[in-house]
Design a protein around this ligand. Structure first.
Ligand SMILES: CC(C)(COP(=O)(O)OP(=O)(O)OC[C@H]1O[C@@H](n2cnc3c(N)ncnc32)[C@H](O)[C@@H]1OP(=O)(O)O)[C@@H](O)C(=O)NCCC(=O)NCCS
Length: 197
């Protein structure tokens, strides 16, 4: 089903995080543009591993969250709650020198999963890390019995939409003017366990 052909309701089914902020905070209009925060870690020649994120990573993850999402970033308290909450899988992308350069989170309850958030520091983008994060979150979801994974993405974020499309997510609806200010639509996407059918 293409975007816009189905209206998605005001809430998500079986989503116990309904009181939490939007699953994916609004993101910059040009997520692969000039580095907005040169103090964030850069990729250089380092290699990276994925590992579970813990509360001990809060400072580094929060720094990335605040720099990447700006005014729309989750609060530090919410990020702390997310890292500690039940039914969550949070992964950290860590350089070989131990610096967190990205993270992603999944909510998995029963047969439904939601990608809560994902971000890679500007200096490490374009190297396949966002894809690795997403693939690991999907694998974690399906290992837990999830059958469908949902997410929301700004309509004006072609990089993320391209990534999700290439991973088999399909657009199932639109939440008009979901991201404020700016009146930017949220595209709701779904990936089934079997992928595109
Ligand atoms: C979205 C994000 C996590 C992708 O991370 P990344 O490490 O740069 O992504 P990858 O290198 O794994 O690339 C994955 C795909 O993204 C798309 N992509 C990456 N860079 C792109 C660019 N410059 N232009 C267009 N598409 C691009 C492509 O589809 C790419 O797949 P391909 O390499 O097979 O062509 C990262 O850009 C980011 O943190 N953006 C800001 C936060 C954000 O937008 N989060 C998502 C909110 S919904």
């Amino acid at each position: 089903m293409s975007a816009g052909s189905a209206a998605v309701g005001s809430g998500r089914r079986d989503n116990p995080s309904a009181s939490a902020p939007p699953m994916l905070p609004p993101d910059p209009a040009s997520p692969v543009g000039p580095d907005p925060n040169p103090t964030l870690p850069r990729s250089g020649s380092e290699s990276y591993v994925l590992r579970p994120a813990t509360i001990a990573d809060l400072d580094e993850i929060w720094a990335i969250e605040a720099a990447v999402f700006g005014d729309d970033a989750w609060s530090r308290d919410l990020m702390r709650e997310e890292l500690a909450a039940d039914h969550r899988v949070y992964l950290a992308l860590v350089s070989d020198s131990g610096v967190v350069v990205g993270y992603g989170g999944l909510l998995a309850v029963g047969a439904d999963g939601d990608i809560q958030t994902i971000a890679v520091v500007p200096g490490a983008r374009g190297g396949g890390h966002g894809r690795r994060l997403m693939e690991a979150l999907l694998q974690a979801a399906f290992q837990r019995g999830v059958r469908e994974v949902f997410l929301e993405v700004r309509a004006d974020n072609p990089v993320a939409r391209g990534l999700y499309d290439s991973l088999g997510f399909e657009e199932i609806g639109v939440r008009p003017r979901y991201y404020q200010p700016g009146n930017v639509d949220a595209i709701v996407m779904r990936r089934t366990e079997r992928g595109r059918e």
